[in-house]
Design a protein around this ligand. Structure first.
Ligand code: UFG
Length: 349
């Protein structure tokens, strides 16, 4: 069975992807520095302990910071060889990245270089990268396909994703044995349908769905809707929300593609549903799924936000044989199951 190293495996998208990898019978080694995750019993992140319970599989876990070259080297030496690496480990808060740009460049860019160097030393030249639609910057047209120009990102976080994509592109140009697949996510939301694992943001959530969840469960009084004067169906921002389990399946499809001997070089895929939903549509879908009220108030626009963003995912459908299946109702129902069963996330109160 192929053996996969997953960096950032204890995180939100990482842990859901590990479930799908195990379901497809891949062997998984996960590393994480635990900066945004909670340790459970037996030295394993609580998210991955629950993944093991849900799947009946085993996740070999090491607490490793990709900034630490020695720790990374040990993982490759002791746990390898790996057929492919899925690279999630990164900081991802847009606002924080504007305040602490060097932290973001060091962690995300230098961490990725350390990983690529360790991979080279161990002759593992196969990587799937957790990128973001943020690399496109403000959309020049909609829906956004992979031919849309990239690089005019408006914040350091987005720029790190763009830089890492470019570094991987250059590696593939320099050495034809390298294979690198960039997965550009739109807005991942929801949780595993069991409600056992999900998104567990530290502090005040930056993103819409976890904020709505905390309002619905009574942890916060009211959602602030940033802007109701955009040129959209109801004036609020429109995004392409994708269920995290669909996203996880997209990673498995990408890993399988990267293992295909006919695949070569660098390529990128959008992962979204192709549908745009406004903030108010998400609020209403969440209210329906949770049977809770989500009070909201309109606020001025948030700096750096755009009116609308949604994907053209036809390349992933054609080349990865992958298509998002879950609806906005599924996303809200599963987010609510996770939130209502775990009001404090992975933290046992
Ligand atoms: N929004 C609110 N209130 C909130 C939070 C968000 O009204 O409390 C609105 C935003 O203004 C936007 C929409 O909800 O219209 C979605 O906002 P998110 O913060 O959930 O998501 P973004 O589209 O802003 O950001 C996401 C990812 C980033 C990534 C970006 C571009 O979270 O990592 O897409 O790809 F950089």
């Amino acid at each position: 069975m192929p053996r996969i190293l997953v960096t950032g495996g204890a995180g939100y998208v990482g842990s859901h992807t590990v479930i799908e990898l195990i379901n497809y019978k891949f062997e998984v080694v996960a590393v994480d520095n635990m900066v945004n995750a909670i340790m459970g019993g037996k030295g394993k992140p609580e998210s991955l302990a629950r993944v093991e319970k849900l799947t009946g599989g085993v996740v070999d876990f090491e607490q490793v910071d990709i900034l630490n070259e020695n720790e990374l080297e040990q993982v490759f030496a002791n746990k390898g060889p790996f057929d492919c690496v899925i690279h999630f480990a990164a900081l991802k808060a847009v606002g924080e990245s504007c305040k602490l740009p060097l932290r973001y460049y060091r962690n995300n860019v230098i961490g990725s270089i350390n990983l690529l160097e360790a991979m080279s030393r161990h002759n593992c030249k196969n990587i799937v990268f957790s990128s973001s639609a943020t690399v496109y910057g403000p959309p020049q047209y909609l829906p956004i396909d992979e031919k849309h120009p990239i690089g005019s990102c408006t914040n350091p976080y987005g720029k790190t994703k763009f830089m890492i994509e470019e570094i991987m592109h250059d590696m593939c140009l320099a050495d034809p044995e390298w294979k690198a697949i960039m997965l550009r996510y739109f807005n991942p939301v929801g949780s595993h349908p069991s409600g056992e694992i999900g998104e567990d943001p530290c502090g005040i959530p930056n993103n819409l769905m976890p904020y709505i969840s905390q309002v619905a469960v009574g942890k916060r009084p009211c959602l602030q809707v940033y802007g109701n004067d955009y040129e959209t169906k109801d004036g609020t921002g429109v995004r392409d929300y994708i269920h995290v389990m669909d996203l996880a399946e997209g990673h498995v499809a990408a890993v399988r593609k990267s293992l295909d001997k006919d695949f070569q070089g660098w390529t990128a895929y959008n992962l979204g549903t192709g549908q745009g939903n406004s903030v108010l549509e998400v609020v209403s879908a969440y209210e329906k799924a949770s049977e809770k009220n989500v009070p909201y108030e309109f606020m001025p626009r948030r700096g750096g936000d755009i009116a609308s963003s949604f994907a053209d995912c036809s390349r992933a459908e054609k080349e990865l044989n992958w298509k998002a299946k879950k609806s906005i109702h599924d996303m809200c129902a599963d987010a609510w199951r996770w939130q209502s069963n775990n009001p404090n996330g992975f933290q046992i109160p």
